[in-house]
Design a protein around this ligand. Structure first.
Ligand code: DGJ
Length: 738
């Protein structure tokens, strides 16, 4: 059930059967916020009137009118000034001057569809969705602001976006336009957000809210591994399965900001949207500007409740429909196996072995084009290196296909190396200020994707390769961020350089759109040195993301723990790599690497031609087992079983009758308990379970006492053969019996 109810052309109630979102037209015509939380049932005019009763007066305020101060009023889309001293959601300039904006309710419309769109990433559904568009007008400045709200029947989320239209006859500049805002009546929350850097993406950082202002975001041209746009406000005292959590995310891959303000009365205001730094947009008469969508989640069921919502949202409303319930292929990628040092013979050896052990897709990573023997050359020259492929790339692809494998290739479409013809012919296609010095990252420049001509030139090169090889899968990499964000194209078009970052990311989306419209079967994995552009925007095109270049199983536990707060297992590709690990030099047992990588889209990235028979047999057996459980893993419900910040990590996926538990102990500790148990809060007390296809166990026992965990070496074991110290792990299956 999903509905938008409107009373007296003034009170708005968006709800499904789990959440209610309420706002109203205030006495000054602006939109006031009333409530976001658990479903309230049917509401009458009397209910709304009660909600509006106010007894207290806030001291030290300036008034908008006799009985109204915006300083203490929760609002839907606040504007700075006019009695509200907090940061606003929108700023518009007329030349050097700020406009004092005052958007008043004009009209509304309700739609029943939210179509999938390739032009701009959007949440989508063709049924069981309601879209409410509220039109507000600032008649002094002849501006129309449309606030769009969407609610789906199956997730506890409100999707918001804003659109500004210039109805006047003078151009104006938008210097800030947030996607949406959420006001909460208190500040009793801990902020959790995902931050890190290359090789340590998505670590969960927590801090208490306090009066003042805090924000995080990106000015790198991509969402970045430093900060993901996701933010959760976790009620103090909330646990894995109880307590209120609000969260926000943004369906966008460029510069963003998430900003949280707590005022003197402990009211909390959270905004998210395009980062206003280095942003300005010229809005000519008759033009409109649309923001990306913000998503606001609510649950009262703690961290696991939050993940239920965020995962369902991505799986049902973000991922391209074609991939919504489709398993991801098991990939062998040659990167960590060979780096740049390969030729077609070496790759065919790898592919043959891959086929033997059950792998489904072979992907050639970086180094197949130009004369790329290291990372300082050839980007932008997407023609095959005939030294490495003397028979050409199509003959190679044919062999891979004849083996019954899918074929994938690596591209880094947005970049150009200084030694290419593309760069020599078109130095003006590179992003950079027009002075002598130009910043270089990984020896490469960024192409000006704000310019449609540049996007098209790259597309034509990619199209030729896709057609020649019958390509099934693209790994789309992006390995440097943008500085000196200056576009010759915008200069020529007389558009402000402040438009660059947004136009750049729209250009990236347009390349995705071209590829996916012409080759709808192709599967594109998003990658940006690992998790440098890991967001809901890219997921609208890429159903799978390479979340980190760090393939160490221990580090991945932390990365996954963070990423899983916002994104489901199905979008997470995990590759088993060699040991000692290339990023941290840590050696973990193959079993641990499997037990970590199996939770997600499994893949391999090591020289499997050099493994022992025993290791190959173990991989083959793991792949066979994984295939049986793949749907459960990718589309089952994910829950954490142990809290964060522990030496021990445990999680599980469950569907109606099956569950798979992962348990990991990073470091061994001497002389701990003799028997370890892991409680399973989700176990049904009235059922029995078949554990690891061997033991029949009562649900009540599993819930109240727990699953028996593997034996831990405690310093006094007589027989230590087969016991693991550090990096112990277990994967335990459960089947409901009745
Ligand atoms: C960074 C990616 O994340 C790696 O997986 C690999 O594709 C390299 N780039 C290749 O240059």
């Amino acid at each position: 059930m999903v509905a938008v109810e409107v009373l007296e052309n003034k009170f708005f109630h968006l709800h499904n059967d789990r959440i209610s979102y309420l706002f109203y037209v205030m006495e000054n015509g602006q939109l006031g916020h009333l409530y976001y939380g658990a479903f309230l049932g049917e509401l009458t005019k009397e209910d709304f009137r009660y909600m509006l009763l106010r007894e207290s007066k806030s001291a030290g305020t300036v008034k908008y009118s006799e009985a109204l101060t915006l300083g203490d009023r929760a609002q839907e889309y606040p504007v700075y000034g006019s009695s509200d001293f907090r940061e606003g959601a929108i700023e518009v300039m007329d030349g050097e001057d700020y406009l004092y904006l005052d958007f008043k309710f004009d009209s509304y419309a309700i739609e029943d569809q939210k179509p999938y769109d390739l032009e701009m990433p959007l949440s989508a559904s063709t049924e069981n969705v309601k879209v409410l568009k509220v039109r507000l007008k600032d008649s002094d400045h002849k501006l129309t602001l449309t606030q769009t709200y969407a609610i789906f029947d199956d997730v506890s989320a409100i999707v918001r976006s804003s659109e500004l239209t210039n109805d006047g006859d003078r151009s104006v500049q938008i210097s800030k336009i947030m996607s949406g805002a959420l006001e909460l009546p208190d500040a009793n929350y801990e902020l959790w957000h995902l931050c890190g850097a290359w090789l340590k993406e998505d670590h969960v950082k927590k801090q208490n809210l306090a009066p003042g202002h805090l924000s995080f975001g990106s000015l790198r041209g991509a969402t970045s591994p430093q900060h993901n746009p996701f933010a959760a406000l976790v009620e103090k005292g909330a646990g894995l399965d109880n307590g209120v959590v609000y969260a926000s995310n943004l369906i966008y891959s460029g510069n963003f900001i998430t900003s949280i303000n707590v005022n003197e009365w402990n009211q909390t205001r959270i905004y998210t949207g395009i980062n206003p730094d280095h942003f300005s947009w010229l809005l000519e008469p008759g033009e409109s500007f649309k923001t990306p969508e913000a998503v606001l989640f609510h649950t009262k069921d703690g961290i696991n409740g939050l993940m239920k919502e965020t995962h369902a949202f991505v799986l049902n409303h973000i991922i391209p429909p074609k991939w919504q319930n489709k398993v991801r292929p098991i990939v062998l990628n040659n990167w960590e196996a060979t780096y740049f040092d390969f030729d077609d013979r070496k790759l065919l050896e790898l592919a043959e072995k891959a086929k033997e052990i059950g792998i489904e897709c072979f992907a050639v990573d970086d180094g197949w084009f130009g004369h790329r023997d290291d990372d300082r050359t050839s980007l932008g020259n997407w023609t095959v290196d005939e030294r490495k492929f003397p028979n050409g790339i199509s003959a190679f692809a044919k062999k891979i296909h004849e083996m019954g494998l899918k074929f994938g290739m690596w591209f880094e479409p947005e970049m150009v190396s200084p030694d290419t013809k593309l760069y020599a012919d078109h130095p003006e296609w590179v992003v950079g200020h027009p002075y002598e010095r130009r910043s270089v990252g990984r020896g490469q420049y960024v192409l000006d994707f704000a310019d449609p001509q540049v996007v098209d030139a790259i597309y034509q090169q990619m199209k030729a390769i896709i057609e020649e090889t019958g390509l099934d899968y693209i790994k789309w990499d992006m390995n440097r961020n943008i500085t000196e964000a200056y576009s010759n194209y915008l200069h020529e078009k007389k558009r402000p350089q402040g438009e660059f970052f947004h136009r750049y990311i729209l250009g990236v989306y347009s390349l995705y759109a071209k590829i996916l419209s012409d080759f709808p079967e192709i599967f594109i994995e998003g990658c940006a040195s690992g998790g440098g552009r890991y967001d809901l925007g890219i997921m609208c095109y890429s159903p799978m993301i390479w979340p980190s270049d760090d393939s160490d199983a221990v580090e991945r536990l932390d990365i996954m723990s963070g990423a899983m707060l916002a994104y489901p297992l199905a979008v997470f590709s995990n590759h088993v790599s060699a040991c000692p690990n290339d990023q941290v030099r840590r050696s973990t047992p193959l079993e641990m690497r499997h037990n970590v990588c199996d939770f997600g889209a499994l893949g391999y990235e090591l020289d499997i031609t050099k493994l022992s028979d025993g290791e190959l047999a173990a991989i083959k057996a793991n792949i066979a087992e994984y295939k049986k459980q793949r749907e459960l893993i990718l589309f089952g419900r994910f829950k954490r079983l142990l809290p964060f910040d522990e030496n021990e990590v445990s999680w599980c996926v469950t569907n109606d009758s099956q569950s798979l538990v992962g348990f990991y102990r990073k470091l061994a500790q001497p002389n701990t308990s003799i028997f370890d148990y892991l409680k399973l809060p989700f176990a049904d007390e009235n059922k029995r379970y078949l554990v690891d296809k061997k033991h029949q166990v009562k649900g009540r026992w599993l819930k109240n006492n727990g699953l028996l965990l593997p034996y831990q070496f405690n310093g006094a074991n007589a027989d230590t053969a087969g016991l693991i110290g550090d990096f112990q792990s277990a994967r335990i299956s459960l089947e409901e019996l009745n």
